[in-house]
Design a protein around this ligand. Sequence first.
Ligand code: PEP
Length: 253
Amino acid sequence: MRQYIIAGNWKMNKTVSESVTLAKQIVEAVKDVKNTEVVIAPTYLAAAKVADVVKGTNVKLAVQDIHWKDQGAFTGKVSIDMVKEIGAEYVIIGHSEQRQYFHETEETVNLKVKKTLSAGLKPIICIGETLEERNGGILENVLTTQIKGAYQDLSADDALKTVIAYEPVWAIGTGVVATDEQAQDTQAFVRSVMKNIYGESVSEAVRIQYGGSMKPDNAKGLLGQKDIDGGLIGGAALKSDSFFAIIAAAEAQ
Ligand code: PEP
């Protein structure tokens, strides 16, 4: 049985003080949550202070990206040691906004995944197609390329430590959500690609989140699907009540 994982991606929202306030509200809201893994990903600037808030609670810390190099002349970037030191457990990698605006490629996703795993942290690997790709009939090609790229040279043991976030680009931040059936069908396909690479036991164990306008009112249906093991949440993660409502929907499954 795969444990649900609900992760909030705060993107470039919330100042440091606002982040601390939201993190405190979430810690309080989820203190009795037993079965669902809860993760929040503030900005780098807020991450160290949020780390202090979540320490010793059932909320885990993620960051939204890393650089794959250990240190050096990479202005604007943050290394895995820096995020490890503050206690982050997860790193979001390959988000569609990184792919779209910041030249993320299959190769850089793979480098970041390997660096994250080598430091003992866990990657949340984002994949997903644009509407053009879906309508053009190349959905499966796109997802297969992204999965094979991200997992290039990764052992089965390492694959087991990863989480996949299937996020149709057309559903991210748009209010347009994939239907339960669309999400389930696509996530079953993602799992089948993992099965082709790693075999059944790994593919059945790896958790696959859905992301893209998941909200309290659609979370129950999405999370009720066989191959949906959680959510990567943007907009609805910016308020503790809506984020908690999604976590409660996971707990109730
Ligand atoms: C995301 O950024 O990963 C996301 C799914 O955003 P939203 O929930 O706002 O669509």
